[in-house]
Write a protein that binds this ligand. Sequence first.
Ligand code: 9MR
Ligand code: ZN
Length: 571
Amino acid sequence: MNTLKSFLILNLFSFQIFAANVFINQAGYLPNLPKYFYYSGQADSFYIIEKSTGTIYYSGTLVLSVKNDPATALTLYKGDFSDLEREGIYFVKLDNGDSSFSFEISSDVFRSAMEKSLKEFYYQRCGIALTPEYAGEYNHPACHLSDAVLHSSTGESGFIENTGGWHDAGDYGKYVINAGITVGTLLMAYEYFPEKFDSDNLNIPESGNGIPDILDEVRFELEWLFKMQRADGGVYFKLTGKFFEPFIMPQEDKEERYIYQVSSPGTGNFAAIMARASRIFSIYDSSFAKTCLEASILAWKFLSEHPHIFPQGGFRNPIGTNTGYYYDYDDSDERLWAAVELFESTAKTEFHNYFIDHYNDAAILDSTMWWRNVKALAQITYLFSKQSSVLQEVTDNISISLLDYCNSLKERSNRNGFGITINPGEYVWGCNSEVLNNAILLIFGFERSGNSDFYNKALTQLNYILGANALNKCFVTGVGSEPVMNPHHRPSGADKVADPVPGIIAGGPNQNLQDALLDSLFNNSTPPALCYVDHVNSYASNENAINWNAALVFVVGYFNSEGKMNFENDK
Ligand code: 9MR
Ligand code: ZN
């Protein structure tokens, strides 16, 4: 071994030439957890070499991961160096001379990604100036101070003061549907893992106020959402201009912005997150918590008075409006979610009964949560309920369904060259968030069952997002050796700063090639996982969105620090 070691020090280390076919988690690896890299070339052995000294700290043999991976068309090998726990900065070297980017092993590797992805919400804030103190070079004056005019399709007229909230994505619109899953996910992270998400020093204006920054950030969105609720409880669908804005800074966008029709999926989302917020904020600000609960109950009343989807068939853009429409034609999942959050916050039988009557109308858990379908969020809330009246039989059923679902995710992972849980056909708009939301369900599966396979599979999803993918790309701006540099994010494109706003997650490959650039670069024989381009024009693969960032915050925050789940039933 000593001879081998010195040979490698002299001959391999001195030439660390990065090869594009060694795929690692560019943020790094936690000392005590599994560590894999992937390789698509021809080699037998690998070495993990410390960058500063050239010392080999680990050597191993590659094993086949997947032959002709249908997602990437690559034959992928896996190098397992889990046993290397020593902290340091290393790179992978193959016996044929190929090598990886350098990477770190330390207990702190996810801190930067965690902090950046959460702070990113601050950069999405609308209606306030982002000052140099908090935003550094990304500062800009307050935007969209004239929000907003009631669109004629509402049947109302006039102006409702509607400033605040986050810009939805790379565009400057504000959409209730997407606010729902975003706030729901962030609150869920804090509610179950308070120790992991209690940081109060992200350098946002509220930092240091004794309330975790994640909650301060959520409150910024909630304060806007209140303004979207009508007196009868219904919640307007969205607030946008008639068209997506050009690539200008938000304060330069002076086009008229409108509030669009009330919708029942939006109202259901609103009821759910307001109820959840009321119980989480109750220890910090009881009067705010009370306001949240009242708003939630009012929204529930609207839903009860409108038992069918509203508007009929689901909200659609009126003629003349072409901004995002988060088309949701089924509000049963939002109603279920609203009911269970209200039950959890009030213990009332009315809400409990609604949940019991409907939680298994269809399969209990047959899809990962996403903006159109929040059923999984509802089931999780009941499964980990602290109410003494929960029915054991129901939690057992949900538990079985969750664990079955996690087993199916595990099988998917085993079939995929990089161990991710989406299949060819599912590399669609925003699929990076599907990967992360699957990780969230795997985390809950692990917390429920103690099955460490689920835990490890969740980590594998994060590895993919942070660089262990065929594009060799860290999908998060400001993180890793090869991060996304040109997101379809208006401020990042329009400001004079070279680097994009940090902490943004790109939507990821989109095999449906739904923008002109993707369509010009690829075709239907391109392997699905490769249908991605780090270019500002690719809104269908390289945009960010608050719901995708929320899933990232959850997963990276979960692995970033120790801390037990807070779900033990108090009864
Ligand atoms: O995330 C949405 C994705 O699931 C849809 O396929 C896509 C097209 O309808 O829209 C995405 O949402 C966009 C929204 O409509 C407007 N803001 C940007 C969002 C992310 O691209
Ligand atoms: Zn704005």
